[in-house]
Design a binder for this molecule. Structure first.
Ligand code: NAD
Ligand code: GLY
Length: 349
């Protein structure tokens, strides 16, 4: 078992990585409390018996699986169920699922009685390497992604690789999207990814690289929990990813992260923010995971959604975090029209 700790002024968060840690450690949080389990329909179909075995009679709220559930309506339904369950300030909410369950569950825990204990049990690769760690919680509202949320550190995160045995290859690819992002931020992770390029979908390799990614994120969160500066780096590729995710949909967050990284890498190269050699290395990795990068119709309109990105300092500019060189990144701020014309020339069918 590997343990990684994040101490912030608001909360200590202990992340444990290791096969079997869910069944071994989750019961430690149960004694004497009224608890609540949030999961989704797919995870419940696969792991309902394990959830029952670990949590006994605790109420289990089952969200319909998918990003469409990550909204304000679901959030208030969950909060109502928490009231109905009679949770109190010492209660624990266990979010057992992917990033959707983790994000909305974390926010429900932050809001209920102004904050109850939260334990994240991430069951997708994406949630294990990224979303369950660091305390960002949110729901989407209207067409705006993650627009209502809070920073709320989970007390514990149980990263148990055995959940990945049932994860479809496509969802592994989504998690690899975030792992490639870490590679573009951290030279040690990049070396590992290039050395193990043939094993990227291998669960044994993912068990090795996951704690490395979490350690990278933990260090960023320790230094900049509230995203005043450094934490923005974790949004590499996300400006375009979120714009395309909202406008086109149809693919998963992690796939859009890879697509966003690909197009933003091209923009960075055109702007001289990175070198051709480094861009080629990262492009190779992105293509190995994603296969083909889609082109789109209507990119001019899709680009409008990049205006909503939380990193932007002004409405007529677009901020992107782009790779610069091994282990370094840059924030590229472009006038909106310039960003849009790059994107149209690169991504339009
Ligand atoms: P998800 O939660 O929708 O899970 C993907 C699919 O996998 C779902 O159909 C789910 O039911 C299924 N699934 C989950 N665990 C499974 C398992 N063990 N076996 C089989 N199927 C399983 O999506 P995700 O990719 O985990 O997370 C994406 C979300 O995370 C997005 O909403 C994104 O905005 C958010 N996110 C948040 C952060 C953060 O810092 N909070 C970071 C990155 C992404
Ligand atoms: N996934 C971005 C962050 O946690 O800051």
């Amino acid at each position: 078992m590997k343990v990684i700790e994040i101490h912030t002024p608001s909360q200590d968060s202990v992340i444990t990585c290791g096969a079997g840690c869910f069944k071994r450690l989750a019961p430690r949080f149960l004694a004497g409390h009224r608890n609540f389990v949030l999961t989704d329909s797919n995870v419940h179909a696969l792991y309902g018996q394990d959830i029952k075995a670990v949590f006994g009679d605790a109420p289990v709220y089952i969200l319909p699986a998918g990003e469409e559930s990550k909204n304000e309506v679901s959030l208030f339904r969950i909060l109502q169920a928490m009231i109905d369950a009679g949770l109190h300030r010492n209660s624990f909410l266990f979010a057992v699922g992917g990033g959707v369950v983790g994000d909305i569950g974390g926010l429900a825990a932050a809001l209920y009685m102004r904050g109850i204990h939260c334990v994240q049990v991430p069951t997708t690769l994406l949630a294990q390497v990224d979303s369950s760690v660091g305390g960002k919680t949110a729901v989407d509202m209207g067409k705006v992604k993650n627009v209502v949320g809070a920073f709320y550190q989970p007390e514990a995160v149980l990263v148990d690789g055995t959940f990945l045995k049932t994860l479809p290859a496509r969802e592994i690819r989504c998690g690899l999207g975030e792992i490639v992002k870490y590679g573009a931020l951290n030279a040690k992770i990049l070396d590992s990814l290039t050395e193990n390029a043939d094993r990227l979908f291998d669960l044994a390799y993912l068990a090795e690289i996951t704690p490395e990614c979490i350690e990278h994120k933990a260090e960023v969160v320790r230094l900049d929990e509230r995203e005043k500066g450094l934490r923005k780096s974790l949004n590499m590729g996300h400006t375009t990813a979120h714009a395309f995710e909202l406008f086109y949909g149809g693919l998963s967050h992690g796939e859009f992260v890879l697509i966003g990284m690909y197009y933003e890498l091209k923009i960075a190269l055109a702007e001289g923010a990175t070198t051709a050699e480094y861009a080629a290395l990262l492009e190779g990795l992105i293509l190995r995971v994603l296969g083909e990068v889609p082109r789109y119709e209507g990119v001019e309109r899709a680009a409008e959604y990049a205006r909503l990105d939380k990193k932007n300092a002004a409405s007529d500019e677009v901020s992107m975090i782009v790779p610069a060189d091994y282990g370094t990144y840059a924030e590229l701020r472009l006038p909106f029209e310039k960003y849009r014309s790059y994107l149209v020339s690169l991504a339009e069918k």
